[in-house]
Ligand binder design. Structure first.
Ligand code: NG1
Ligand code: MG
Length: 506
């Protein structure tokens, strides 16, 4: 987990041998377009994959463990560094192979400090700037007078944007790696990269947790990855059982684009605030002092659990699951206001003014809400944390000679997770709910909304011999209903059977 990000000396090493063939044409095209655009070939290509979260939704920023895996779709960034020879200004030029959708941009390299990111407008180049700034920060920690070289950059991404598969984290991580290597740094510990990418992505305006960046960087081919955040960021491979029927996941896009930036004040960022306020509210009720932690707003539900157990009010030796169960029953009891809490009510419980509350929790990332549904949000977080543990235990200790039972049990947990996402955390959407039902009707063991939600993608655990039937059911009952002349290509892109892929490279 502390090893450095692998350095690619030979472009063929970007992919494992059996996956290379399908990527060769893409790599060649990227090199040719780069030379046409910048008049010389790229010096190297950095890569970071998208991810699908198997289970553990919207709990990373409450610092509970999550179980994602990298997917084959990824972001490639071809780079040629432009060294500084005099005092003249240097630029970073950024272009994308998909020039229709992503217009080229440029910015000048700051001699000191970071590039400005205007988070009020959604520009794809912001994500590059975020990764660039994070990398520069890291290098300035090693040498306070560091300033970056210029760069010519060409990006090719296959992770659908707004699809819940974390194109953003893949792009930020790859951008940071591109900048680091362009500046001669090629021993980058994975953990440092993840930590910098988490912080830098927040500069784009979404108060994200850390799952996506960790999944993109730490994943090992063939395994899911378990990522925990408390007491510190930690990742380890979670292998699937080697015996028994194959574990097959299908990922299906809803084509409902979750526009995080526009909607964040009422969706993603609001959930982060609700969870943080739930932790603060419970701490006040329980007369506990929360330590500052790595939650996006400096405190978290996991921090509350830690404080509760450290205070000696319950036996610290009880199992991790038992501890979460205790938190769940406390929060069900103490956060029982059905219609939610107003700013006034929360401020008064926290013994602060409404202005101070807004200043502390709602200013850096503005949000819009009258009522804060602290009870249901905390309930989802704690129950989802328990489902993650149950899912993980089944994978690590599969029940002996009960193969179909194992898969159905895993499927049931996915279904329970979805129900909680739909009804308790309220971050699914009717289209994804439909897709889950259609898949179950066609033989899936279970499925759920994956990623931030409010659109995006869903993930399903299926019997290998039902893949075609489920695809056909979606085509007929979902995709063609929404878009009667949907093309074969779009349909092929919509549904993928994904094997766990390999992590970032530079
Ligand atoms: P998406 O929107 O799928 O990239 C977001 C967050 C994650 C996590 C999930 C919900 C960012 C960059 N990522 O993922 O950290 O909280 O939602 O589980 O905002
Ligand atoms: Mg994202």
């Amino acid at each position: 987990m502390n090893e450095p990000v692998p350095v690619v000396r030979n472009l063929e090493d970007l992919y494992p041998k059996d996956a290379l063939e399908s990527q060769e044409a893409r790599l060649k095209h990227l090199k040719i377009r780069f030379s046409e655009l910048y008049g010389r070939p790229p010096l190297f290509i950095a890569r970071s994959p998208g991810r699908v979260n198997l289970i553990g939704e919207h709990i990373d920023y409450s610092l509970y463990e999550v179980l994602p895996m990298a997917i084959a779709a990824d972001v490639l960034i071809a780079v040629s560094p432009v060294p500084r020879i005099s005092q003249e200004d240097l630029n970073v030029h950024i272009a994308n192979l998909n020039i229709e959708k992503f217009k080229p941009g440029k910015f000048s390299v700051p001699k000191d400090g970071n590039v400005e990111i205007d988070a009020s407008t959604l520009q794809w180049t912001n994500y590059f700037k975020a990764g660039f700034s994070g990398a520069v920060d890291l290098l300035r920690k090693q040498n306070s007078r560091f300033s970056s070289c210029g760069m010519d950059v060409l990006v090719d991404g296959t992770v659908p944007a707004g699809g819940g598969l974390s194109s953003s984290a893949a792009f930020v991580c790859a951008s940071a790696l591109a900048t680091l290597r362009a500046n001669g740094s090629d021993k980058v510990p994975k953990k440092e990269l993840v930590e910098l990418a988490i912080v830098s992505e927040r500069a784009v305006g979404v108060n994200s947790g850390g799952m996506d960046q960790a999944a993109s960087v730490f994943s090992i081919r063939g395994d899911a990855v378990s990522i925990s955040f408390s007491p510190a960021l930690y990742a380890e491979p979670l292998p699937f059982p080697k015996t028994g029927p194959p574990i097959t996941f299908m990922i299906a896009q809803s084509f409902v684009a979750a526009d995080k930036h526009v909607a964040a004040p009422e969706q993603y960022n609001l959930r982060v605030v609700e969870c943080t306020l739930a932790a603060e509210f419970l701490a006040a009720k329980l007369d506990l002092k929360l330590k500052t932690d790595s939650g996006p707003l400096g405190s978290s539900l996991r921090g509350l659990q830690n404080a509760y157990y450290e205070s000696g009010r319950a036996d610290q030796r009880s199992s991790a699951e038992e501890q979460v169960r205790v938190m769940l029953s406390l929060s069900d009891k103490l956060l029982d206001k059905h219609e939610g809490y107003t700013r006034e009510e929360i401020a008064s419980t926290l013994s602060m003014s409404v202005e101070a509350l807004e200043q502390r929790f709602m200013t850096k990332f503005p949000i819009r809400a009258e009522h804060f549904h602290l009870g249901p949000r905390a309930r989802h977080v704690f129950t989802e944390a328990l489902r993650v543990q149950a899912f993980k235990q089944l994978l690590l200790n599969p029940p002996a000679d009960a193969d179909p039972v194992l898969l159905q049990k895993l499927g049931d947990i996915l279904n329970e997770s979805h129900t909680s996402s739909r009804d308790v955390y309220v971050h699914s959407c009717p289209e994804i709910d439909d897709m889950c039902e259609i898949a179950k009707g066609a033989g899936s063991y279970g499925g759920r909304v994956t990623g931030a939600g409010w659109g995006g993608s869903s993930v399903h655990l299926v019997p290998k011999d039902k893949v075609e039937a489920i695809k056909n059911a979606w085509e007929e009952k979902f995709y063609r209903k929404r878009e009667p002349d949907i093309t074969k290509e779009k349909l092929a892109e919509a549904v993928v059977v994904s094997e766990p892929g390999h992590g970032s490279m530079m």
